[in-house]
Design a protein around this ligand. Structure first.
Ligand SMILES: *[C@@H]1O[C@H](CO)[C@@H](O)[C@H](O)[C@H]1NC(C)=O
Ligand SMILES: *[C@@H]1O[C@H](CO)[C@@H](O)[C@H](O)[C@H]1NC(C)=O
Ligand SMILES: *[C@@H]1O[C@H](CO)[C@@H](O)[C@H](O)[C@H]1NC(C)=O
Length: 624
């Protein structure tokens, strides 16, 4: 992460140079990059102008307008094309940029437009580009791998076009390089805690959490027949279910579900499933096994990425290929200094490697389901802020369209799956995309004596505990400010934070950041059939499809009375926390601390609490 922080960019919008304003200026570059001198003025360069999406400053309020229960427009979701039209670069922006370029001598016939209008691209001489952007281009070379990049230190744009342009390439952004750590890889929450024989159903749910236990705990009746078309979306990557495992699970633990019941494939970029039972993936088996009993006979749509090559070799990107497949405009749209997928991180298609998917990357080929449960997350520090912000905006756009997206808060308490931050490894490591204020983050609990307490148990050498904390990237959204500030006031954590400490070195978390989780559900001792064996396992990756399945059930009921899906949940839940059972015991240790403590009201361990299905149903049925 050091490299990225050193080369972080600073946007300056206030300095004025004649009619132009400095648009971007780099403050630092990693010492590994060596300046090789100016480029010859006559050399040819491909210039890409990333057009600013419209109305980004309005996005938060547009979502709150339809997602906050106090709004008269609550529930009036947008169509996909309304969302695209709201945020696409405006025709005025495109015309202004074209006019400027043509006026500056760029041949009109050489100006190319990408299909969604996100970019204007042209080839010109370096000297012409330097005049256009009042800049000087240099070639840089990376000391260790010899990679080169054309960069400038700053560049300017005329005031007339500046508001319409996100950034220029080549510009100040130093390429992201592969590092040799495992940073950036997707982290799967949940490992088999050790196979246990299947206990008798009559034994307490303290020991083995069966589908019947979950239904009893959250007071969920059997699903009514027949449900409307409202499949639950479940995402998987590089981890595949086995039908044999599902069938054995259904037969033993959920006998009302017939053998052969399987998810509807929405496979992305060459992904395939199911696999033979010997190759089954725990995450995929588990997610389907906790969700099906809650929603059956409702269907599940399985969004599975990516091709065999990336599944085996991994990639440093995360979730962009899913979002491309359910929103074609995401494939190319520009925001926060990034256009489209990140070729340094995200899978690139066609992929000619062995096991590679030879087709074009899938863009807009599947409808998003009303609820998408994603049991994967990673440390916030593993991804550039621009990468995260662009993706977070996409969750906002899905919320506008009535799609609910849920993530697991993590299994490592205040530490991330890769450990803690800072030179002393003492600083808490928040989780992406839980940090995004437009998703619902799900923490975990354990059942003790029939009651729930925060998930916390030894797993080998490490503690399995409910992830929670505060983002260092996103400020705290208004919908949660009151609940979170109550916690910080009434249960001030004994360790320091940016807000109450003079020395940053002491600061372990950022009390002004987006706080998570929002809610919780049981994530321990869950019955699972994996590779033909019955066992139990846990983690917030199981809590997430449980909570998601419950939301999907509520949407079934809403659709049945002619109402719509629920979209972004958080403003409603923070406004009506009594529909959740407050979890007040336990904590989430990590980074050499006891972590945060669960407490009355919202807390950064179990959020607002766990589902009370009848109360949630009543609340959501009464909303428009
Ligand atoms: C579930 O999918 C099956 C197969 O596509 C379909 O026949 C059935 O109607 C679906 N059920 C619901 C509730 O939509
Ligand atoms: C919560 O803690 C209190 C006090 O330590 C204890 O009496 C109670 O049994 C605990 N509840 C659960 C569900 O663990
Ligand atoms: C804390 O969060 C705020 C709001 O997101 C942010 O502006 C600030 O830079 C963060 N501070 C640190 C030290 O990360």
């Amino acid at each position: 992460m050091r490299l990225i922080q050193l080369t972080q960019i600073l946007l300056l919008h206030t300095l004025t140079i004649n009619a132009s304003q400095i648009h971007e200026k780099r403050i630092l570059i990693g010492s590994e990059w060596k300046n090789q001198g100016r480029l010859p003025a006559s050399a040819q360069v491909v210039v890409r102008v990333a057009l600013q999406q419209s109305n980004l400053h309005r996005a938060h309020n547009l979502l709150m307008d339809i997602a906050h229960p106090d709004s008269t427009n609550y529930g009036q979701h947008w169509s996909a094309s309304q969302v695209i039209d709201m945020f696409a670069p405006s025709d005025i922006a495109i015309a202004a940029v074209r006019e400027w370029l043509i006026g500056a001598g760029i041949d009109e016939s050489r100006l190319l437009h990408t299909e969604n209008k996100g970019w204007i691209v042209f080839v010109t001489a370096v000297g012409t580009a330097e005049n256009l952007f009042s800049t000087k281009y240099y070639r840089y070379r990376h000391k260790s791998d010899g990679k080169t990049a054309v960069l400038c230190e700053e560049y300017s744009l005329p005031r007339s076009v500046q508001p319409h342009i996100d950034y220029i390439h080549p510009g100040i952004a130093v390429p992201v390089r592969h590092t040799h750590t495992k940073r950036g890889e997707v982290v799967i929450h949940g490992e088999l805690a050790g196979h246990k024989p299947l206990l008798e159903m009559s034994l307490a749910c303290d020991d083995l959490v069966t589908p019947d236990c979950i239904a009893a705990l959250y007071r969920i009746p059997k699903a009514p027949l027949p449900p409307v078309d409202n499949p639950l979306g479940i995402f998987q990557t590089g981890n595949y279910y086995a039908q044999e495992d599902l069938d054995l699970f259904f037969r033993n633990l959920s006998p009302h579900i017939p053998a052969g019941t399987h998810p509807t494939p929405a496979f992305i970029n060459g992904a395939e499933a199911p696999v033979p039972v010997s190759d089954a993936g725990l995450e995929s088996d588990l997610d389907l096994q906790v969700a099906y009993p809650l929603i059956y006979p409702q269907n599940i749509t399985l969004y599975q990425t990516d091709d065999q090559y990336y599944s085996e070799h991994g990639n440093r990107g995360f979730l962009n290929t899913l979002l491309d497949a359910i929103d074609g405009s995401y494939c190319t749209s520009c925001a926060f200094g990034q256009c489209g997928d990140d070729p340094e991180r995200d899978p690139v298609y066609p992929n000619l490697s062995p096991g590679g998917y030879r087709g074009e990357r899938m863009c807009g080929v599947y409808q998003p389901t009303n609820v998408i449960s994603i049991s994967y997350a990673g440390p916030e520090t593993n991804f550039p802020a621009s990468y995260q912000r662009r993706q977070c905006l996409e969750y906002l756009k899905l919320g506008l369209q009535g799609v609910t997206v849920l993530f697991p808060s993590g299994d490592n308490g205040v530490a991330g799956p890769d450990g803690c931050l800072g030179p002393e490894q003492t600083i808490f490591s928040p989780s992406f995309p839980n940090n995004c204020p437009y998703v619902t983050s799900v923490g975990g609990t354990t059942i003790r004596e029939g009651k729930e307490t925060a998930l916390e148990r030894m797993r080998g050498e490490t503690v399995l505990s409910s992830g929670g904390g505060f983002s260092n990237i996103y400020p705290m959204p208004d919908y949660q400010a009151q609940a979170v500030n109550m916690y910080l006031q009434h249960y001030p954590p004994s360790f320091s934070s940016h807000g109450n400490s003079e020395t940053v070195a002491e600061a372990l978390f950022n009390r002004s950041g987006r706080a998570y989780p929002d809610v919780a559900a049981v994530g321990d001792n869950l019955a699972v059939v994996y590779r033909g064996l019955v066992g139990s396992t846990g983690g917030t990756s199981a809590s997430t499809p449980i909570f998601a399945a419950i939301i999907n059930r509520i949407i079934d009921e809403r659709l049945a009375i002619g109402k719509g899906p629920l979209g972004f949940l958080n403003p409603v839940l923070y406004r009506h926390p009594w529909v959740l059972t407050d979890i007040t015991n336990g904590s989430n240790p990590g980074c050499g601390t006891d972590g945060f403590s669960a407490a009355t009201g919202w807390d950064p361990v179990t959020g607002l609490g766990t589902p009370n299905y009848p109360k949630m149903l009543e609340l959501f049925l009464n909303l428009p």
